[in-house]
Design a protein. Sequence first.
Length: 215
Amino acid sequence: MNVAAMQRLIAELRAAGIADEAVLEAIAAVDRERFVSGTFVERAWENTALPIAFGQTISQPYVVAAMTEALRVGPRMKVLEVGTGSGYQAAVLAKIARRVYTIERYKPLSREAERLLLDLRIHNVVFDVGDGSAGWPRQAPFDRIIVTAAAEERPQALIDQLAVGGILIVPVGRDPTNQIVERIVRTETGLRRDTLMPVRFVPLVAGPLPVLGQG
Ligand code: SAH
């Protein structure tokens, strides 16, 4: 890992307002170079989203940091991630949480991420292939749920799978240039919602898998 470049990114995240030391430590510990390929490896520590396979992206480090901070993850928690992609966000969560369940609709992306995390000796992530907008009912409820693709509407199935005290972080919006990250908290008596920041994510695509992803 390019340690100097990593430290520059951590300084940049601090300057941008990320204050949770556990989040910063996790980002420092996960070698982002391993999650991109080709010429993008040199750019792995830039604070920018980068392309991965199947037209998807590995999120911008600031967005990963801010969403993970907003999730308020603790070491005993069971976390669900929708949108495994490269596995980077799952790896960051795995450094903080007890166990991470992550769903991806493209099987090759999921397989690749699983291989990579094992190679990185991250053993507390469980992978599944399918439509994550339905959540993971057999493993519910979750203490924390994070969606790393943009939902057109608040995903009710995921809200239903939140434990009491649970937090869901999800980018919501129909317009790809205008999505807002929402935080939904399940309390003893109902739901509380606030908004965090504007983002640009690839869409959360519900329904059957594309043929390409079934290989
Ligand atoms: N968290 C990823 C970035 C996610 S990009 C990382 O750290 O690299 C968004 C991912 O969500 C893409 O890989 C896309 O295929 C996946 N996705 C989109 N809709 C989905 C759905 N309904 N269920 C599961 N995964 C989905």
